[in-house]
Design a protein around this ligand. Structure first.
Ligand code: UD1
Length: 422
């Protein structure tokens, strides 16, 4: 298994360009199934989750062609299966979008229960409630979810919890339903807007994406041959912004939408981090001592739960005691045990982490416990004294394109070493 070796205490300096958004691409690729035609997607991130999703979609008959490093031509004309049941399905959460996409296209789908990072129970009851409201019969047997409908009919659906996955999945299925579907208490994340924009450009009629009421008027067919460019990854951008601040560096983060970063930039400024915003880039640098803040993760436009682990490392650099309250997932602090090996002074009280700033981190062998925890481990390594060895690198590969190379260009002393399996 590969490992990352970091020699810490180097300030990050320079420029970094952010890749396309993982979570947008994980929705846009399955959405192309609804087309039954050809389309071209730009700014597709080269990450493990997308490679796995492509393999799953190829097993359904989808043809992919790489036009260049980040541009993908997708041909869904010859898709001949509504069964997404390969072992790959367990490897990522985003595989759940095949439910909505296949249901919308074929009025039936058989899909393996989704996998992804383990933050405690991650139910899909709201997805199922949505599909049932549209007229689908949902059966769960032997680890598979079986969806069947003679026809899909638009409905009014109120989500009991604000769920990104359920919002997108219902949107996918409703695009080709008969009549009007309304999703109330919808999630508002930027990638939901991106997926809706892609579908609208294909001929769908979706209004209100990015607000908490989305209206989808079903259409009979969609058209292909368009080019869509995936939005920049808000979480990758935030990770580099936090890494820049934590190393007391000076970094221009390019290819970002500053509006998407507001909850983070507000917190960074509250901590005394200097921020300069431009049209499509943000400069982050530190001149003063960092002060404690309290953070609570919430659905967008609140502070993203996916930036919670990286943010915890930054708070270790601040004067005083900070807190992070996890408002989305019940169990997203597993990585803190790893940080304690490095001397981090953090205690977890239920859904709150209490972080005592100022203590010195020292390099140690640690392991990534999930994707964003992996990013936190990397930032911890960047600020620690001595050498940090991070295992379970495959988690980081799931969502960060060329992280090692990007950090090296910013002056980090980081390398990847391949190890024997096991
Ligand atoms: C998506 C993102 C993930 C991010 C999360 C929250 C993708 C592929 N993944 O995950 O990176 O961390 O949003 O921003 O886009 N819930 C239910 N019932 C459901 C669905 C969700 O109770 O049917 C709960 C979850 O347990 C959680 C909350 O709702 O407590 C939000 O989850 P959700 O927004 O659905 O997250 P994901 O779509 O899994």
């Amino acid at each position: 298994m590969d490992k990352l070796i970091i020699r810490g205490q180097k300030r990050l300096k320079g420029e970094v360009t952010i890749s396309g958004a993982k979570n947008a691409a994980l929705g846009v690729l399955p959405a192309a199934l609804l087309l039954g035609d050809v389309c071209t997607i730009e700014n597709v991130p080269d990450i493990l989750d997308i490679a796995i999703l492509k393999r799953i979609m190829e097993s359904l008959g989808v043809q992919f062609e790489n036009i260049d490093e980040t541009t993908l031509r997708i041909d869904t004309r010859k898709v001949n299966s509504y069964m997404a049941t390969t072992p790959d399905m367990h490897k990522l959460r985003g595989s759940y979008y095949l439910m909505g996409a296949l249901l919308g296209r074929f009025k039936r789908a058989v899909v393996t229960f989704p996998g992804g990072c383990n933050f405690g129970v991650r139910p899909i009851d709201q997805h199922i409630k949505g599909f049932e409201s549209l007229g689908a019969k949902v059966e769960i047997e032997h680890g598979y979810i079986k969806l069947t409908a003679s026809k899909l009919i638009g409905a009014s659906i109120y989500l009991d919890v604000v769920s990104v996955g359920a919002t997108v999945n219902i949107m996918l299925a409703a695009v080709r339903a008969e009549g009007l579907t309304t999703i109330e208490n919808a999630a508002k994340e930027p990638h939901i807007v991106d997926i809706a924009n892609f579908l609208n450009a294909m001929g769908a009629d979706i209004k209100g994406a990015g607000t908490d009421i989305i209206r989808i008027r079903g259409v009979k067919s969609l058209k292909g041959s368009l080019i869509h460019s995936i939005i920049p990854d808000q979480i990758e951008a935030g990770t580099f912004m936090i890494a820049a601040a934590a190393t007391k560096g000076d970094v221009l983060v390019k290819n970002v939408i500053p509006k998407h970063m507001e909850s983070l930039t507000a917190k960074l400024m509250e901590m005394n981090v200097k921020i300069e915003e431009f049209d499509e880039s943000i400069r982050i640098y530190v001149k003063d001592r960092l002060t404690k803040v309290n953070i609570k993760t919430l659905p967008y436009p609140g502070f993203p739960t996916d930036l919670q682990p990286p943010a915890a490392i930054l708070l270790l650099r601040a004067d005083g005691i900070s807190t992070i309250t996890e408002g989305i997932f019940e169990n997203r602090f597993q990585y803190i045990e790893e940080l304690k090996r490095m001397g981090a002074n953090i205690r977890v009280e239920g859904r709150m982490a209490v972080i005592e700033g100022g203590s010195k981190l020292t390099g140690a062998p640690i392991k990534a416990t999930d994707l964003r925890a992996g990013a936190a481990c990397v930032i911890a390594g960047l600020i620690a004294e001595g050498e940090t060895e991070i295992s379970n690198v495959h988690y980081i590969d799931r969502g960060y394109e060329n992280m090692v190379e990007k950090l090296r260009r910013l002056g980090a002393d980081i390398k990847r070493i391949s190890g024997s399996p096991g």
